[in-house]
Design a protein around this ligand. Structure first.
Ligand code: PMP
Length: 274
């Protein structure tokens, strides 16, 4: 088996040889941000948007990153990966502390990344509706993902591979994806706020929909909408566009292979995955 390659603070090595300090603020506090940047046929998908989001996440947490250096490391990882389709996982932590303290003292940011092979196209998935129990700044792509992992593991026990999260019956997003609904030929997606990650794929899909002369409403979406939706999809860098087959704990009117889903998905695949 090919050994996976990683990069830690600028040094390339086999992933399983990389050693990290337990005093890293990523380890102690999840004081770190990350990106998952997909590539297909050795071309990045939405590269600049991912880099800009990494820079924004860092700025929001006041982590002083060198975005040009991060960009170079991400490109290097893709070049060194020995597969044409996959993604780069890349994270930056605030750095390593001498003493564990909530108050940070201006260390040097710590960078880490690796390349992972991946097939992007997925068949429809079963999902679970769950309350959104996460913190109040889900627009920052931080590695603090306990709310997501708790809910996704609870869904996994019910045979579901994703969740649809809601706060007081208002839909936010999936555990690792954004959500779109089709209701009587109208495509809707929750409008962005501090409870939702501004997904790069969400944005690419919104542009794809516009090219098809279809309309998408960025608006408040409700649990009630799920019951009457004809089609529900997730978008993410690793899922691309993936249809929901059923919701384990909610009756819906979903029809798999809905013509609007098929049209948008076909165009997205033509643009980015062929
Ligand atoms: N929301 C959450 C919570 C996510 O973890 C992800 C995947 N990173 C997304 C949305 C989709 O974002 P993107 O399209 O940039 O992968």
């Amino acid at each position: 088996m090919t050994k996976r390659i990683g990069i830690y603070n600028g040094s390339l090595d086999q992933l399983d040889k990389i050693v990290v300090s337990p005093m890293s603020r990523a380890f102690l506090f999840s004081d770190s941000i990350y990106e998952v940047i997909p590539f297909h046929k050795s071309e990045f998908i939405g590269f600049q948007a991912h880099i800009e989001r990494l820079d924004r996440s860092a700025a929001m947490l006041d982590i002083n990153i060198d975005i040009n250096l991060c960009t170079q490391e991400i490109i290097l990882l893709k070049e060194r990966s020995q597969f044409p389709s996959g993604y780069i996982y890349y994270q930056v932590s605030r750095g390593i502390d001498q003493k564990r303290s909530h108050i940070f003292s201006g260390g040097i940011p710590e960078t880490f990344g690796f390349a992972e092979p991946h097939k992007f196209q997925q068949s429809a998935i079963k999902v679970k509706l769950v309350p959104d129990i996460r913190w109040g700044r889900c627009d920052i792509k931080s590695t603090s993902l306990l709310g997501n992992t708790m809910q996704m593991n609870s869904a996994d026990k019910d045979g579901c591979s994703e969740v649809i999260m809601h706060r007081d019956n208002i839909l936010t997003e999936g555990g690792a994806s954004n959500i779109f609904l089709v209701l009587d030929d109208v495509i809707k997606t929750p409008s962005l706020d501090q409870n939702i990650l501004p997904g790069i794929t969400r944005d690419l899909v919104i542009h794809t929909i516009a090219e098809l002369d279809l309309k998408v409403m960025e608006t408040e979406c409700f649990v009630e909408d799920l019951k009457i939706a004809n089609s529900i999809w997730f978008t993410s860098s690793t899922k691309g566009i993936t249809e929901v087959e059923s919701i384990s704990n909610l009756e819906t009117s979903i029809k798999k292979g809905h013509p609007i889903f098929s049209e948008v998905s076909k165009r997205y695949i033509e643009k980015f995955l062929t």
